[in-house]
Design a protein around this ligand. Structure first.
Ligand SMILES: Cc1cc2nc3c(=O)[nH]c(=O)nc-3n(C[C@H](O)[C@H](O)[C@H](O)COP(=O)(O)O)c2cc1C
Length: 323
């Protein structure tokens, strides 16, 4: 399958693995790239630019295919050393950056001067147009279904993707709720040039997370995610657990008076405990509704091969026959 996204990133299949905190290590990024997709290392999971440089070096040893690095711009008071991280990306020979979170305007010149291809992930057409205007090469359009931060507009992909297609000039991929061939073919029908997956890639053999995390995704249905931090306008879709229930209770109790300090104990430092130690109730961790479509733990190669062969089958038989 050839699309504007496979051409732009020089990959075999139009499938991207989105940056994921404490999941997007070299093992997963390399596995996705080796299977013909685009693997992404999560920049900020590495505590310093030096650590990111080492992670990129490890990934370079595991694959000779293109891979990218995710840079998430967080609404925090003390910003991470973004120039240092960008330098590590450039020095490591990486050519693709997935930006997400806040507007990437401040860092885009540095990335573009170094001939990076930038794909910006966002949850509204408004933000997508802004990123396109700034010079991003492609967009990842993240619907309300997505694991992680769906924004505050709550537009699901059945509407968001065709709306993006109506407005954007640069190519985009669908993101949020994507799991299989049906997701890919539907995304292409709605104007996307490929798809980005998060949650689905966690339940693979190579994802370097605790087995408990994979089993929790397998056991979850589409009814099992919750939105936390909505009153703080920092909404995150997470898998329900005891900590999430406590946070939601607190949000109800404090209403619009709630401050980040009121829940900080429940959310700080949670990711390594969940992802590496398998403490499933340690706190809220991002997970998409798409968990309801995840029923196995294949290798990344098996997953991607299955998506591509079933997509071809869907297009050539099911859809073709309807004409
Ligand atoms: C555990 C987890 C951690 C994530 N961490 C990040 C992150 O650090 N930066 C980011 O841009 N997106 C992050 N995401 C979002 C994914 O890159 C992707 O956009 C999202 O998972 C797509 O929705 P899906 O889970 O329905 O596939 C995370 C998602 C998950 C599930």
């Amino acid at each position: 399958m050839q699309t504007l996204i496979t051409e732009m990133f020089e990959i075999k299949h139009p499938i991207i693995q989105g940056g994921m905190h404490y999941v997007g290590f070299a093992e997963l990024a390399a596995a996705v790239s080796n299977a013909g997709g685009l693997g992404i290392i999560t920049g900020l999971t590495q505590k310093t630019p030096k650590n990111l440089a080492k992670e990129i070096e490890r990934c370079n040893k595991m694959t000779n295919k293109p891979f990218g690095v995710n840079l998430t711009f967080l609404p925090v008071i003390e910003a991470p050393d973004y120039p240092g991280y960008i330098k590590a990306i450039i020095d490591g020979g990486v050519k693709i950056v997935e930006t997400a979170g806040n507007n990437p305007a401040k860092w885009l010149p540095m990335l573009k001067e170094n001939r990076m291809k930038v794909i910006h992930k966002c949850t509204t057409v408004r933000h997508a147009l802004k990123a396109e205007g700034l010079g991003c090469d492609a967009l990842s359009i993240d619907g309300f279904e997505c694991g992680g931060h769906p924004g505050e507009d709550d537009i699901p992909n059945m509407i968001l993707l065709p709306r993006a297609a109506e407005e954007l000039k640069v190519p985009f991929v669908s993101s949020g709720g994507m799991a299989d061939a049906r997701s890919l073919v539907a995304s292409l029908a709605m104007g996307a040039e490929g798809m980005n997956m998060g949650t689905r890639f966690i339940a693979t053999k190579e994802a370097p997370v605790h087995e408990n995390v994979k089993q929790a995704i397998l056991a979850a249905t589409e009814l099992d995610t919750r939105l936390v931090m909505r009153p703080l306008r920092n909404t995150e879709r997470v898998l329900n657990n005891k900590a999430v229930e406590r946070i939601l209770e607190k949000e109800k109790e404090l209403g619009s008076d709630i401050k980040f300090e009121d829940i900080v104990k429940e959310v700080a430092g949670v990711y390594p405990r969940v992802m590496l130690e398998g403490e499933m109730d340690a706190g809220p961790w991002s997970c998409g509704m798409v968990a309801g479509l995840v029923h196995d733990i294949p290798t990344v190669q098996e997953l991607i091969d299955r998506i591509m062969s079933e997509s071809e089958e869907l297009i050539r038989t099911r859809l073709e026959k309807m004409i």
